[in-house]
Design a protein around this ligand. Structure first.
Ligand code: BGC
Length: 765
């Protein structure tokens, strides 16, 4: 049965060309109920009343809708027919992996016009750091310490993804990660809950915009709820065993920030949390998310994470897994099909009730209504060609990429490259990288869109600089046959740029590493080239911080350039030649070696903090300090911090602290400094971290310019969660530091006192 409707007119005004039988009439009735005039809640109730049980279970079901690469056209056609048949019979409520506006409209038309219930599909994709215009990996974007840049990146991702009919992205990934072995560290904002929260909010705002019904905004999904980044040993999918206090103080805040920013959905993690898989974890999915945070969006399970609970040893079979997931608060089942297969029976034998089904179903329908899918199910295919990878998007990608680069070292002002350098050798396995420059999870990115370092250097060099390139070796291979050519090139040059690091497949999902140094024989290559004593700048491209202590001592200059996306070469070249002064900061601590992991700035002091004394908390074979601390990054100019001012020495628990500092650009070029505020609660009923980031601002200053940078921090933000999950703001002494990284020394001290005590002091005054 089919009916055809106009693409552009609101659904209830559509001209119905043919209407057949009762199912079409019913579909009409359902869609008509979803009229704009009724409130979302009324519309949800009314739609639910009209659905059969199977249709309800179909709404819970999400399926991969792409076409397999390794099948012939006939098999592909069969696969497509099968998918379409399932949509027609109401067995599917959502797809992931639909890649074009045409296909999105095709499937949507079947759902809306040919299925019995006529409920539109919600189409999801992993738009993690750009759609076709690939931006830096999220970890790199976090290094910008610039929420505006991050918001813009998400905004542009939404514009492009929306144009091909994507309604929903599985981003932002807001998992705090303190173990760089974990491959998915690349997808998040690093180790710090405050930085992670600021970035989570910016990304949600960027994706969702101010009007979710607009075609250039998409629903966001904060993932993976929760503590997935705490995977033991940094091994992907591994178990997580942490205290309740750590859960609340470290892993939950970015999710809470996303919820506060209005995120429409969450995804449950693959991991178990203290023995309970996240996909059936009542405490996090219900008590925290629904009760405490009043979240009224929906939760999708991760890929087959529902049925994986059988493998976890938590559910006895798929039916048990589906029941537990539904009851804990999973509203959509990604690709395990256990909901639609087993929940009917569970209902029949009384293991779940229709209310259980309707409660979760309402959350899915609410999202579809909020996205305006009932009113405008289709996407205009014209927009796709106009917006995808357009000039403006590339320009933004270049700027965000430049802002994400961190200058780690710069002896003798080796960078920027002086204009006296006339023969430049550019050496390393990533010199011409395109696919690798895109980074992990660049599903819709295309290597041919990438400007490589080689291409950008050639363009920049023009006639005046003789620039030559050599690969030297591969990222992972141990073939040294290219060393000689690379050395010869370096010897004949007056400046060397080494482009080293990780290929894109060394980070991301299921790509954890047990070593954190340069892979393969790259360090050997670097040693031989640096041994030639030419001024040498190292550009590190990677999905994680790299433990490179030898380079940190012996390279003249070093840039952390991550995987920067389509504008990689242009951004790096802008920085190498000084057209852009780098101002990014490390969003995650860089260990000296893998044995230091976990190493993060907000650690506890312990009873024996490390000193030169023997019986203190440290290793005997490596310094206790990291290679680069959290928040670290240099500039082509220098900055000084002075006149730290805090507006008092005593604050009531309901007061707001105002702190300021005078920042001066003491160097010769304009540049950015990220001014960072850290605090410490000196004595508390739970031992607290030695420092916690509370605020930051990326500030641009001309040479010689001074700016007063001020911050407001509510005392209530200085509290912490205890092991009962209760938030406490405890009176006592606090320290505060403002500076350029997590080792800032300019500090002040103040007391927090109970509100009543402060009032008494006022009377006494
Ligand atoms: C990942 C998710 C992703 C999903 C869909 C899973 O394997 O863990 O982050 O969104 O696949 O592609």
């Amino acid at each position: 049965m089919s009916r055809y409707r106009s693409l552009s007119v609101s659904f209830f005004l559509f001209a119905i060309v043919t209407v057949h039988g009762t199912s079409a009439a019913r579909a009409d009735e359902v869609t008509a109920l979803a009229s704009k005039e009724a409130s979302v809640e009324q519309r949800v109730d009314q739609i639910i009343k009209k659905l059969t049980l199977d249709e309800k279970l179909g709404q819970f079901t999400q399926m991969w809708g792409g076409v397999k690469q390794d099948i012939n056209p006939e098999q592909a056609a069969l696969q497509r027919n099968d998918l379409e048949g399932q949509v027609r019979s109401g067995m599917i409520g959502s797809f992931l992996g639909i890649q074009s506006a045409a296909r999105a409209n095709e499937l949507q038309r079947i759902a809306v016009e040919e299925s019995h219930a006529g409920i539109p599909l919600i189409l999801a994709n992993d738009v993690i750091h750009g759609f076709r215009t690939i931006f830096p990996i999220p970890l790199a974007e976090a290094a910008s310490f610039d929420p505006d840049a991050v918001r813009l990146s998400a905004r542009i991702s939404a514009i492009e993804a929306g144009a091909v009919g994507t309604h929903w992205t599985f981003a932002p990934m807001v998992d705090i990660a303190r173990d760089p072995r974990w491959g998915r560290v690349a997808e998040g904002s690093g180790e710090d809950p405050y930085l992670g929260s600021v970035m989570a909010k910016a990304r949600v705002e960027g994706f969702q915009g101010t009007d979710l019904t607009a075609k250039d905004t998409i629903l966001a999904c904060a993932k993976h709820f929760v503590a997935y980044g705490g995977a033991e040993g940094g091994r992907d999918y591994n178990a997580v065993d942490i205290s309740l206090a750590t859960l609340h103080n470290v892993y939950l805040p970015p999710f809470h920030a996303a919820v506060d920013a209005g995120v429409g959905s969450l995804m449950s993690g693959f991991n178990s949390l203290n023995g309970i898989p996240c996909t059936a974890n009542q405490m996090i999915l219900h008590d925290v998310l629904r009760d405490r945070w009043s979240f009224d969006g929906f939760v999708v399970s991760d890929w087959s994470s529902a049925t994986e609970m059988v493998t976890h040893g938590f559910a006895k079979d798929d039916a048990d897994a589906a029941r537990q997931a539904l009851l804990a608060g999973i509203d959509m089942d990604m690709s395990s099909f256990s909901f639609r297969t087993h929940l009917g029976k569970a209902l029949e034998i009384g293991l779940i009730s229709m209310d259980d089904i309707d409660r979760n179903l309402a959350r899915v329908l609410r999202a579809k209504l909020r996205l305006g899918l009932f009113d405008q199910p289709y996407v205009d295919p014209e927009v796709e060609a106009r917006v995808i990878l357009c000039k403006e998007h590339r320009a933004a990608a270049r700027d965000v990429a430049r802002r994400s680069i961190v200058l780690l070292r710069n002896e003798n002002s080796t960078l920027p490259i002086a204009n006296t350098a006339k023969r430049i050798a550019v050496i390393g396995p990533l010199v011409s990288a395109k696919k690798d420059a895109l980074g992990t999870w660049s599903v819709f990115g295309k290597p041919e869109d990438v400007v490589s370092v080689e291409e950008a250097m050639r363009a920049r060099a023009g006639e005046s600089i003789d620039v030559k390139f050599a690969r030297g070796c591969g990222v992972l291979e141990d073939d040294r046959s290219g060393f000689d050519e690379a050395k010869k090139l370096a010897a004949e040059s007056d400046y060397v740029v080494l482009v080293l690091g990780e290929s894109e497949d060394l980070s991301g999902e299921a790509h954890s590493r047990s070593m954190l140094g340069l892979p393969g024989i790259q360090l050997d290559l670097a040693k031989e080239i640096i041994g030639l004593d030419k001024p040498t700048a190292v550009v590190l491209m990677a999905g994680r911080p790299l433990s490179v202590p030898w380079l940190a001592e012996n390279a003249d200059a070093m840039l952390m350039a991550w995987h920067l996306g389509v504008e990689t070469g242009n951004a790096i070249t802008d920085v190498l030649f000084g057209a852009y002064n780098p101002g990014g900061k490390m969003p995650i601590t860089t260990p000296r070696n893998v044995g230091q992991v976990p190493i993060y700035y907000a650690h506890e002091n312990t009873g024996r903090p490390p000193t030169d004394e023997r019986y203190t908390s440290k290793y005997i074979d490596v310094p206790w300090t990291p290679l680069y601390p959290f928040g670290y990054g240099k500039s082509y100019t220098t900055f000084s911090f002075a006149d730290l001012n805090v507006n008092g020495t005593e604050f009531a628990t309901d007061a707001t602290i105002e702190a300021s500092v005078a920042l001066t650009n003491t160097g010769k070029v304009a540049g950015d400094e990220v001014v960072q505020v850290y605090t410490r609660d000196m004595v508390a009923t739970l031992t607290r971290p030695v420092r916690e980031l509370k605020r930051f601002k990326r500030v641009h200053l001309q040479p010689g310019e001074t700016k007063t940078v001020d911050f407001k921090i509510a005392v209530s933000e200085l509290g912490f969660f205890d092991n009962n999950g209760q938030y406490r703001v405890e009176p006592g002494t606090f320290k505060l530091w403002i500076g350029a990284d997590s080792e800032a020394t300019l500090g002040a001290e103040f007391e927090v006192v109970p509100v009543a005590a402060k009032a008494m002091t006022k009377v006494a005054d």
